[in-house]
Design a protein around this ligand. Structure first.
Ligand SMILES: NC(=O)c1ccc[n+]([C@@H]2O[C@H](COP(=O)([O-])OP(=O)(O)OC[C@H]3O[C@@H](n4cnc5c(N)ncnc54)[C@H](OP(=O)(O)O)[C@@H]3O)[C@@H](O)[C@H]2O)c1
Length: 371
């Protein structure tokens, strides 16, 4: 009997709700390679178990595909590693469809939190579990996983304005992974400062998105053999501010072009997330799995600063960030760009596409139609 059928039979024996959950679980760790949708995860179906008195069951509607998901598939992960057999992590939202005796008042409420890649998520309400969905007038509900999400819009706002001095009018600001979720908001936010904004993205289609849809002054294709020369042409006065989402070679080439007293904000390093990021060691325990910038001495030559940040350490900035993100959105300064893939089956492929660059703006997966 296939293991999934056995699992279904076993859990039917323990089941106490009539809800059935379908989920993608981690089958093996991708280690030093990119996530493989065919090998690294498998689909399981099982009844939702009996709910504890304080637990709710959320019918998941929309899932967010974020870069941090890949880092959590490693054995040691600073965001927290998931175990083999655990559902793939993913922020999301949906509606409470069942609850334990003490949580009945939440049935019918729209909530958001770590729903994971599944149709039904079980957890408690509160800071450690699900929170009521945020609703802001004039902002689409889907934006609670993008523009207004801590992992996307708020991270972008903090990276642009709170970590180091933001760019001023007349300066040049560079954003890498500029066509992605965090980057697409950063390009638009940095345009409000009056700086010349240049985006780095992979391929002509993504570069066209960065200039034509996001309004960057120029975009440079890091996959082109002439990347370094193209960056020189796009930043004729050098780089004063850099929000880096890519790391690796992009960071090295950018550091070589920084001006005096420039600011480099390390938001992330998407190019390095298939290299045992959390230990910096390869599968044999040797060093060198994560590539750092060989040009870092430019920082001292140019009296410049490079600083990293974790948005969760900027909790007090969240209210102002949310207000300003809405304000810019209402004034048309920050437009929401989303790519929504249909069905839970699309989730593993979407996680592959997040890193191969097959999306523009925020990547989301619709699990069930809007309630
Ligand atoms: N510091 C924080 O607290 C915080 C919070 C949230 C997110 N982040 C970081 O923000 C970054 C963006 O995350 P996201 O969820 O918005 O993902 P995303 O930007 O929508 O998708 C990841 C992007 O990485 C780019 N990329 C992949 N491999 C690359 C390479 N070798 N060189 C250059 N670019 C490459 C791809 O862009 P192309 O299509 O252009 O290749 C892809 O679109 C990540 O580094 C993430 O860790 C940080």
């Amino acid at each position: 009997m296939p293991s999934s059928s056995l699992l279904l039979l076993l859990s039917l024996a323990m089941a106490a709700t009539d809800l059935v959950n379908t989920r993608w679980v981690l089958a093996q760790r991708p280690g030093q390679r990119a996530f493989d949708a065919d090998q690294d995860c498998e689909k399981e179906t099982a009844p939702v178990p009996a709910l504890a008195p304080d637990e709710v069951c959320v019918k998941v509607e929309l899932l967010s595909v974020d870069a941090f998901i890949r880092t959590m598939l490693d054995a040691e992960a600073y965001h927290g590693a998931i175990q083999l057999g655990d559902p793939l992590p993913a922020l999301g939202y949906g509606t409470v469809v069942a609850a334990g005796d003490d949580a009945k008042k939440h049935v019918g409420k729209r909530v958001m939190g770590m729903c994971k890649a599944q149709t039904h998520a079980v957890g408690t309400m509160g800071m450690e579990g699900f929170m009521p969905c945020m609703g802001f007038p004039g902002v689409p509900e889907t934006a609670s996983l993008g523009l207004l999400s801590v992992a996307t819009g708020v991270a972008s706002y903090v990276g642009c304005f709170k970590v180091l001095a933001p760019p001023r009018g007349g300066e040049t600001a560079l954003v890498s992974a500029a066509g992605g979720a965090v980057g697409s908001i950063a390009v638009q936010l940095l345009k409000t400062t009056g700086a010349r904004v240049v985006g780095v993205a992979g391929g002509p289609k993504k570069c066209a998105f960065v200039t034509e849809r996001l309004g960057a002054d120029a975009a440079v294709d890091y996959k082109s053999p002439t990347f370094a020369d193209d960056l020189d042409a796009a930043c004729p006065d050098g780089i004063d501010f850099f929000l880096d989402n890519a790391g690796g070679d992009t960071l090295r080439v950018a550091l070589d072009r920084i001006n005096m007293r420039s600011r480099v904000v390390v938001c992330g390093a998407a190019s390095q997330y298939s290299g045992n990021l959390n230990t910096g060691r390869d599968d044999k325990g040797q060093g060198g799995a994560v590539v750092g910038p060989s040009s870092y001495l430019k920082l001292s030559e140019k009296s410049s600063t490079m600083a990293g940040f974790n948005v969760m350490h900027y909790f007090s900035s969240i209210p102002l960030a949310l207000f300003n993100l809405c304000w810019y959105h209402w004034r048309g300064k920050v437009v929401v760009h989303e790519q929504i893939e249909e069905g839970l089956d699309a989730f593993p492929g979407a996680l592959v596409r997040l890193f191969s660059g097959g999306h523009c703006g925020k990547l989301l997966v619709r699990v069930a139609p809007p309630a």
